[in-house]
Design a protein around this ligand. Structure first.
Ligand code: ZN
Ligand code: ZN
Length: 444
C-alpha cells in the first residue's frame, strides 16, 4: 500500500494532527520534522481530491471531508466551503487521537521548564518524557493496525521537539550522556519536573595533623543523638577531613548536601602528606556550577587552616568516583624479600619506609611486559611500607598499595622507568628474590 492510500485509511478512522500522522513515516526523508511530513502528505491528498471533485468523482468530496475533519486540514475545509459542500458539525473531531493535541503546547511546556530551570546554573540538559501507559499502548495498537514500518514513537518525538525548544529559548545545549539537568516532562498531564544531577569536584587533600579521622565518625554510644560520653555532639571526633572540606564547597555551590569520596583512607593518627590523597566531593542539587575553583581552593585552605589542605581542584563526573572506588577496593598488601648489592644500614631501612609511604609512584610499563602491553605511565599509590633487615645484604619489605602496582619494579627501578624505587632511594642496586601477596583489602 502506498503512503497516500495508507494515510487515507488512517484518517478515515482516526483524527490525526500533522505531528502524529508524519510520525508514522518518520524514517522517510531527512532534515524535516514530523509535522512537515504530515502536512505534506495531507496537502497532496487534498490536491488529488480536489482534482477528483472537479471532475465530479464522488470520491473527491468524500476525501476532502475526511481531510477537513479528521485531518484538521484548513485548505480542504476551504475548498469544500467554496464548493458549497457542508461538513456535518457532529463529524468535527475534538482532538488528535494519538497525542490529544499536546504537540500544540510544546512551547508552553518548554517555557514551564525554563521557569523551573531559572534558579540554577547549568550549561546542558536532557529532556525525559513520561507518558501514561494507556497513551503508549494506544499508539502501539495503532501502528499494528496500519502496519507502520517507518515510524518513530511519540516519546522520542516529544523529547526531541521539546528539547529543541528549550535549547532555542535558553541557549543551552542538549547533552545525552552526562546532562547536568534532566527536564522530566509529562505532556499529557502538562507537568514539568526537574532532576538536578550532582556536581562533582575532584582534588587532592593533605592532612597536616594527627588525630582527625577522614570521615565523620558517629559516637558509638548514641549513634549521633548526643550523650554524655560524646559531650552531646553525637560524634567520636569533633571534626573530620570530610566535614572540614565540605563546608566551603557547599557554601560555594549552594547545594543541599555533600558526599565525600576518597581513594582509600589513612589512619586517624597518620598524617596524609606528599601530593595528597585523591578525593571527589559530590554536591547534591547544586544551585551554582560555574565555580572559580582557584578561589574555592583558597577558601577551603583558609577554612581548614593548619589541619587540611586541598589542591588540584577540577570538575569531575560520576565516572571519576567509580574509578576512585575501584582503585580503593583493589588495595593490596605485598611482602617482598630484597637482595642488595652493598651492605645496608638500619638508617637505610627507615629512609625507605619514610620515602615510600603515602606517595604516588610513577611507573612506565615494565620492560619485562612491554612486548605485550602498551607503553603507558601509571600512577599507583603506596599507603604504607615497612622494612625489616634479615641479613647484611638482605631485607624484607611489606607494602600496602593500590592494586596494579608493579612491585618488582618498585624494588629495581626498572632502569629508571619506575620512580621512586628502592634502588634509587638507597643508591644501592636492589633486586626482588621472593614476592608474596599477603592481602587484598576490599572495602564495601
Ligand atoms: Zn497528534
Ligand atoms: Zn554519644
Amino acid at each position: 500500500m502506498n503512503i497516500l492510500e495508507k494515510t487515507l485509511k488512517m484518517l478515515e478512522k482516526y483524527p490525526l494532527c500533522d505531528h502524529c500522522l508524519g510520525r508514522q513515516f518518520a524514517l522517510l526523508g531527512h532534515g524535516l520534522e514530523n509535522d512537515e511530513r504530515g502536512n505534506a502528505i495531507k496537502m497532496i491528498l487534498t490536491l488529488e481530491a480536489h482534482a477528483l471533485a472537479i471532475s465530479k468523482d464522488k470520491k473527491g468530496v468524500k476525501t476532502l471531508k475526511t481531510l477537513a475533519t479528521n485531518g484538521f486540514f484548513g485548505i480542504a475545509k476551504d475548498i469544500l466551503h467554496r464548493m458549497k459542500k457542508r461538513i456535518p458539525s457532529k463529524r468535527l473531531p475534538k482532538t488528535c487521537f494519538l497525542c490529544e493535541d499536546k504537540f500544540k503546547i510544546v512551547d508552553e511546556l518548554a517555557k514551564k521548564a525554563l521557569e523551573r530551570l531559572k534558579s540554577y546554573e547549568y550549561s546542558n540538559f536532557l529532556v525525559g518524557i513520561e507518558l501514561p501507559v494507556t497513551v503508549e499502548e494506544r499508539e502501539d495498537e495503532f501502528k499494528a493496525e496500519f502496519e507502520v514500518s517507518y515510524g518513530e514513537n511519540m516519546r522520542n518525538e516529544f523529547g526531541r521537539v521539546i528539547g529543541k525548544k528549550i535549547a532555542e529559548f535558553s541557549g543551552k545545549t542538549v547533552e545525552y550522556k552526562k546532562p547536568e539537568m534532566v527536564v522530566l516532562v509529562n505532556p499529557l498531564a502538562e507537568e514539568v519536573r526537574l532532576q538536578i544531577n550532582p556536581l562533582y569536584i575532584a582534588g587532592r587533600y593533605r592532612k597536616l595533623v594527627r588525630g582527625i579521622p577522614q570521615s565523620k565518625w558517629l559516637c558509638s554510644n548514641c549513634w549521633g543523638k548526643g550523650c554524655e560520653k560524646c559531650n552531646w555532639t553525637g560524634k567520636m571526633y569533633q571534626e573530620s577531613v570530610e566535614e572540614i572540606i565540605e563546608k566551603p564547597f557547599l557554601d560555594a555551590a549552594g547545594g543541599v548536601k555533600a558526599s565525600f569520596h576518597a581513594s582509600g583512607r589513612e589512619d586517624i593518627d597518620a598524617r596524609m602528606l606528599g601530593k595528597g590523597r585523591p578525593f571527589v566531593i559530590e554536591i547534591t542539587r547544586p544551585k551554582k556550577r560555574f565555580l572559580n575553583l582557584k578561589k574555592l581552593e583558597e577558601a577551603v585552605n583558609v577554612y581548614a587552616k593548619g589541619k587540611v589542605e586541598v589542591s588540584n581542584l577540577q570538575f569531575a563526573d560520576k565516572d571519576v568516583v567509580r574509578k576512585l572506588k575501584k582503585a580503593e577496593s583493589a588495595q593490596k598488601e605485598y611482602r617482598v624479600v630484597i637482595e642488595f648489592e652493598n651492605t645496608i644500614a638500619t638508617k637505610d631501612l627507615r629512609l625507605l619506609e619514610e620515602k615510600l609511604t603515602n606517595i604516588m609512584v610513577k611507573q612506565k610499563t615494565p620492560l619485562r611486559v612491554l612486548h605485550r602491553r602498551a607503553d603507558l605511565t601509571r600512577e599507583k599509590y603506596i599507603y604504607e611500607v615497612k622494612v625489616k633487615k634479615l641479613l647484611p645484604k638482605k631485607a624484607e619489605m611489606k607494602i600496602r598499595c593500590q592494586g596494579g602496582l608493579y612491585v618488582k619494579e618498585l624494588v629495581t627501578g626498572d632502569e629508571g622507568r619506575t620512580t621512586p624505587s628502592v634502588s634509587e632511594i638507597l643508591k644501592n642496586k636492589a633486586k626482588p628474590i621472593k614476592l608474596d601477596v599477603l592481602n587484598v583489602i576490599m572495602r564495601n
